[in-house]
Write a protein that binds this ligand. Structure first.
Ligand code: FUB
Ligand code: ZN
Length: 656
């Protein structure tokens, strides 16, 4: 198993992501706080004040607002762990105070402002309430994560103590009989409980503080047991307390998890459930859970994943579509991309294969990063791959769930750069950074310097083991790279192991350098013939980045047909210097494609990711459409020749 380094062990120091994270820290975080604090006039924290004051009958925002502010706290905690910021720390202390005062109003440690203020008799969705709507377990899960991350960032325990009181309240209510059969209607708390378990089982000093200062009897195992109960009770409806009419596939509650093979329902709920499923599988070693996670992952990767790493194609219910149902005007919520990245991170931990990090990286660059504008204060909720020019990023939203999820992923991005296994250290993301890690008990500092990704295919890894020692450095060869080479002491390492890593096993010394070069060819990619939306079309990619055509560069429209000539890349200013892809259309006119994450930053306009390609048959799509909008494959119109070479693949390089 590969472990993520702990908090504060890794720092992102230079290059593309350093710039993005600095903007997020100094601009976006404050924008999000400001907008939440003034949301619906009273601001998000008013709910806690009203609960503390015993008021009822009013609530600011939707029921999941408690969760959203806790997600923001988690994101900020990670940001200040990496780069301390007193003003932000004070903000969290202020929020902690409000949360704690509200919680003190309930003897059980229960805290959910919506239910308390609006429907106090419907706690946990009982008595005709709806857990789907009330989001109580989700909100507490967010509080648990906030408490853990803030403690890790600052060693302050008050927010964590609030989280534990609420977690204990859930442990007392839910579980095997005589407790109640209640499972989360919006997943997230499953993984949060596993994290709480991990934190407490490894931190004796913390346990002492919690017991002596707050009077807890700390039993970490019960949190893992609750997460296990939730996973094990998916789809088990006998004696279900609070069975809202709407659970079913929407909340992945249609059958037991070990019977599930297809990703269905609300995509954020689904990906967070699968993250928790994988985390529980890792922690308990239960094969049936890891097998289910792998089965559902393969289903997504092979039939339900947009080329941007986005999931949740369908607007209605923000859900997964049918297999190969990948329209270009898809929903692809930013939150779903974040949840998918978290799941990918857990899958990597469980199975150690680079394909999970490929998926993580793809979602990060192409489905999550587009969620934020270049100016850092506008947000996309949906990330479709085509636009008629009528949409733009919003300043704020009635359901501002995406900025908090965005901050959560960006805040902990550094935790995914490296991984540590037995006698092995993995470089997973090519990002300028430094880290204090340990390999088999040996302290090893590692750096990535002059990393050019995503624009230039160069990177240098520098190792500083405390003493000379033999171990394996595993360098991820990304799926998108062309020729890949790592040079160590004049020796070239080019081939990958079966997990997608170039392995260098040597007696490493302080200051050892590994120079990495990888080709970043601009390429055309085509989708599986069953994806009727993309028949006859290609998308452009280079390195980890997906590209698109924008009206700004194509005043006559973006519905062009690319010619068979070559592609070239060059530097251009598009909200700062970036690399663009150019070529010629069949009518002889030039085209320029810009990184998709940057689209809609130069004014409103049409945009397209999938464009027609000379020599690719679009007529077939007409025939398929005539035979029915969904599932072209069921029409039997694809031929064996169409399908040759597609086994297990959803996308492949065009023309190779
Ligand atoms: O339900 C809470 C959040 O709001 C979900 O995760 C998003 O999809 C949005 O529906
Ligand atoms: Zn969202």
């Amino acid at each position: 198993m590969m472990n993520r380094p702990g908090h504060r062990q890794v720092r992102i120091t230079e290059g593309f992501w350093k710039e993005q994270l600095d903007k997020i820290h100094h601009v976006t975080v404050w924008d999000v706080l400001n907008k939440f604090e003034h949301d619906h006039k009273d601001g998000i924290m008013k709910n806690y004040e009203w609960v503390a004051e015993g008021e009822t009958g009013k609530h600011v925002g939707p029921p999941w607002y408690d969760g959203l502010i806790c997600e923001v706290i988690r994101g900020i905690s990670d940001i200040i762990a990496a780069s301390y910021d007193e003003a932000l720390d004070r903000k969290i202390e202020y929020y902690t105070e409000k949360i704690s005062l509200a919680q003190a109003a309930d003897p059980d440690g229960y805290i959910n402002t919506y239910t308390t203020l609006i429907c106090p008799d419907k706690r946990w969705g009982e008595n005709g309430g709806s857990l789907i709507w009330q989001h109580e377990i989700y909100n507490i899960g967010c509080l648990v994560e906030a408490g853990i991350h803030y403690y890790r960032a600052t060693e302050k325990t008050k927010l964590l103590s609030c989280a534990m009181k609420a977690a204990d309240c859930m442990c007392a209510v839910m579980g095997p009989a005589p407790r109640k059969n209640i499972v989360p209607a919006h997943s997230l708390a499953e993984e949060a409980m596993v994290k709480l378990y991990r934190l407490l089982k490894d931190d004796e000093k913390l346990v002492c503080i919690l017991e002596e200062q707050y009077g807890f009897t700390v039993r970490p195992q019960k949190y893992l047991e609750l997460a296990r109960f939730w996973i094990g009770r998916r789809g088990v409806h006998a004696d279900r307390a609070s069975f809202p009419h709407y659970m079913g596939e929407y909340a992945q509650d249609h059958c037991r998890i070990e019977e599930q093979s297809e990703a269905v329902g609300h995509a954020v709920r689904a990906a967070l459930l699968y993250t928790g499923l994988t985390a529980v599988g890792i922690e308990t070693g239960e094969e049936k859970y890891l097998a289910a996670a792998k089965r559902i992952w393969d289903n997504v990767e092979q039939t339900k994943l947009h080329i941007s790493g986005g999931i949740g194609a369908i607007h209605n219910e923000e859900r997964f579509g049918y297999q190969y149902d990948l329209p270009n005007d898809a929903y692809l919520e930013t939150c779903a991309g974040v949840a998918f990245a978290f799941w990918a991170g857990e899958m990597y931990r469980a199975f150690g294969e680079s394909r999970y990090m490929d998926a993580f990286e793809c979602a990060l660059y192409n489905n999550v990063l587009p969620g934020l504008s270049a100016d850092g204060v506008h947000y996309f909720y949906e990330n479709p791959l085509i636009s008629d020019g009528t949409v733009e990023r919003w300043s704020w939203h009635g359901c501002p769930c995406c900025p908090p999820m965005f901050l959560k992923l960006m805040g902990c991005l550094q935790d995914y750069v490296y991984a540590c296994g037995e006698n092995c250290l993995a470089v997973n993301l090519h990002i300028g950074s430094e880290a204090d890690l340990s390999v088999g008990g040996l302290p090893v500092k590692i750096e990535q310097k002059d990393c050019g990704i995503p624009w230039r295919g160069e990177n240098t890894v520098v190792l500083h083991p405390e003493r000379e020692e033999t171990f394996t450095l595993a360098i991820r060869r990304p799926a998108w790279s062309g020729k890949f080479c790592a040079v160590y002491r004049g020796r070239r390492y080019e081939t990958c192991d079966e997990n997608g890593y170039v392995l260098i096993t040597e007696a490493f010394q302080d200051g050892d350098e590994i120079r990495i070069s990888m080709e970043l060819p601009a390429m055309k990619v085509e989708a599986h013939p069953y994806v009727s939306a993309d028949v006859g079309r290609v998308a452009l990619m280079r390195g980890p980045l997906l590209y698109c055509l924008e009206e700004t560069d194509h005043p006559d429209g973006v519905d062009v047909t690319l010619g068979n000539g070559g592609l070239s890349v060059s530097e251009k200013k598009v909200c700062g210097p970036v690399w663009v892809i150019s070529g010629t259309c069949t009518d002889g006119s030039p085209f320029t494609a810009v990184p998709y994450y940057l689209w809609n930053n130069r004014g409103k306009g049409k945009m397209a990711v999938w464009v027609k390609q000379e020599g690719k048959d679009t007529d077939r799509k007409k025939a398929w459409e005539a035979a029915g909008e969904y599932a072209a494959h069921r029409t039997g119109l694809s031929t064996a020749a169409d399908l040759a070479g597609w086994e297990g693949k959803l996308y492949r390089r065009y023309g190779i």
